[in-house]
Ligand binder design. Sequence first.
Ligand SMILES: [Zn+2]
Length: 209
Amino acid sequence: MKPLTRRIHYFDRHWFGSASELCRREETPTPSIILIGCPDHGMLPHGLPVQNPMSFLVAQWLGFAIPPFTKRCSETVEALEEAVLGHEVTDFIVCSHTTCGICQNWLAVPSNSKKAIGSETMTPTLEFIDKHYDDVFDMERFGLLLSEHVLLQLESLIEYHFVRSRLNDGRLKLHGWVFDEGTRRIRAYDALVGDFVSVESDACASVTT
Ligand SMILES: [Zn+2]
């Protein structure tokens, strides 16, 4: 896995929560964790190594792109804000996965094609990789796409006041995950390291049976 280029994302490490703690957290009476993911990842969060699936609100859509902040709010963001305001949401997860057929298709599409389904959501990430990474092999490019797409969506998310204010006062935590379906392990973004690291949690592993 090609390491991420550091210093191109600027996250406060205090905004991030512990993946292992979240995985083993007890169920909450109402959903408290918003999970944003890919529609070909199956019925999330089932399949993920979490012990509290009823605590999740799941949003899956093609490209799972969160639009950057503008004065005109998008329906996607309005729905997320409504969910945050309507529930006691404590965590936001953006999750990609290693068998993502949609991302594989995007990589196979010629870069000048405008007609690929979802290309408008993935093109910014591919352009971002081209700008910041040199000498990338095809498999590395796929790994970077999974990782950087998650981080770019988190960067968009924190532009919104309903997210940023809650991060700053500690009511909300972020999580950037890549789920490896081969090992059934989560790799979570560590803002201190500046890269995704395997979640060292026996609890996470033990609930994958
Ligand atoms: Zn997918």
